[in-house]
Design a protein around this ligand. Structure first.
Ligand code: NAD
Ligand code: LMR
Length: 333
């Protein structure tokens, strides 16, 4: 029997991530090659003409899985009946800015869109916030949409996770698909902690070896590797004069696909999710943890060892998120 289409909202769909993301969704990268989709695309009135252009291109691309397109500047129409909401709409930072510099503009958008989602999305809608400051926007969305279960609200740190995999793969000259179980802890910002202490590489013999053992250079792993991943967003902005788009869109698809369809056996991924106090991270922050997903639900991987070096880094990024939360509320008052 033909599957019912899933309605997927992309906000900020006329922007550069949106332009990379909507064809991926329509091609089945998000939910698999057999799942039809209906795209809901939202942007603001000044971008209406450009949004309509994206809709025209989607029609012209004749994607077999795409069963309909709603392109609108009306937030209620955009949110109505959606099963998945990918929140990209907002203002990106420019060269020289920290992500929290875009705080005041973006958190007010997330407060307003929280109520539209709460009232009009399908029951059990899964929400992924991409727009920066991603963790804090997701927290504001959660707090102003109290009837959406907290387990349904997440933010994107999969891009950082993929960046960490990419750096290890380049350093060891191995396929990126053979590297797994890095962790991004904390904020999608320059305080995030990319942790390789539990990461492994599958060798051609089939044996799995630890990344630390294979790299055999703790100075690099505890120094340049971490700062390269932390600063990768800024490096892309410097090179492109625009923030990352194709890698962000691809990571958003990875995040939702694994959440809905499940993570492979023995593999975890990083997701920004509501902290329950695991690993002594303050409860009530949206914090990036290692998670596995099964039956459409994520759970935090428990029991991993955290050494003293890592502990300090987990705490530092939690402190920044606590400050961001206070700043966000001051912007909204
Ligand atoms: N979490 C991550 O890993 C990650 C990675 C890359 C970019 N980002 C963030 O994603 C966001 C989008 O980046 P981009 O490069 O696509 O930016 P962009 O400026 O190209 O596009 C943003 C779009 O959002 C629209 N918009 C603004 N206010 C809106 C509102 N209230 N409702 C709906 N749409 C609205 C704009 O008109 C624009 O079309 C930025 O905040 C950026 O910093 C996050
Ligand atoms: O760094 C940015 O501002 C954009 C994005 O968050 C990224 O990590 O590429």
């Amino acid at each position: 029997m033909a599957q019912e289409p899933v309605r997927v909202l992309v906000t900020g769909a006329a922007g550069q991530i949106g332009y990379a993301l909507v064809p991926m969704i329509a091609r089945g990268v998000l939910l698999g090659p057999n799942q039809p989709v209906i795209l809901h695309m939202l942007d603001i009135p000044p971008a209406a003409e450009s949004l309509n252009g994206v809709k025209m291109e989607l029609v012209d691309a004749a994607f077999p899985l795409l069963k309909g397109v709603v392109a609108t500047t009306d937030v209620v129409e955009a949110c109505t009946g959606v099963n998945i909401a990918i929140m990209v709409g907002g203002f990106p930072r420019k060269e020289g800015m920290e992500r929290k510099d875009v705080m005041s503009k973006n958190v007010s958008i997330y407060k307003a869109q929280a109520s539209a989602l709460e009232k009009h999305a399908a029951a059990n809608c899964k929400v992924l916030v991409v727009a920066n400051p991603a963790n804090t926007n997701a927290l504001i969305l959660k707090e102003f949409a109290p009837s959406i279960p907290e387990k349904n609200i997440s933010c994107l740190t999969r891009l950082d996770h993929n960046r960490a995999l990419g750096q290890i793969s380049e350093r060891l000259n191995v396929q990126v698909s053979e590297v797994k179980n890095v962790i991004i802890w904390g904020n999608h910002s320059s305080t995030q902690y990319p942790d390789v202490n539990h990461a492994t590489v599958k060798l051609p013999s089939g044996e799995e070896k630890s990344v630390r053992e294979l790299v055999a250079d703790d100075e690099w792993l505890n120094g340049e590797f971490i700062t390269t991943v932390q600063q990768r967003g800024a490096a892309i902005i410097k090179a492109r004069k625009l923030s990352s788009a194709l890698s962000a869109a691809s990571a958003a698809c990875d995040h939702i696909r694994d959440w809905v369809l499940g993570t492979p056996e023995g593999t975890w991924v990083s997701m920004g999710v509501y902290s329950d106090g695991s690993y002594n991270v303050p409860a009530g922050l949206i914090y990036s943890f290692p998670v596995t997903c099964r039956n459409g639900e994520w759970s935090i991987v428990q029991g991993l060892s955290v050494d003293e070096f890592s502990r300090k880094k987990l705490d530092l990024t939690a402190e920044e998120l606590t400050e961001e939360k206070a700043l966000a509320y001051s912007c909204l008052s």
